[in-house]
Unconditional design. Structure first.
Length: 33
C-alpha cells in the first residue's frame, strides 16, 4: 500500500519532466533557428 502512492507520484513527476523537456527542446530549437 505504501508502494502504490510512491509509484504514482514518480510516474506523475516523470510525465511532468517529459513535458518540460519537450518544451525546453522546442524553445531551444526556435532560438537556434
Amino acid at each position: 500500500m505504501t508502494s502504490q502512492p510512491r509509484e504514482a507520484t514518480s510516474e506523475k513527476k516523470h510525465v511532468c519532466a517529459r513535458i518540460e523537456l519537450r518544451f525546453v527542446f522546442r524553445v531551444w530549437r526556435v532560438f537556434v533557428v
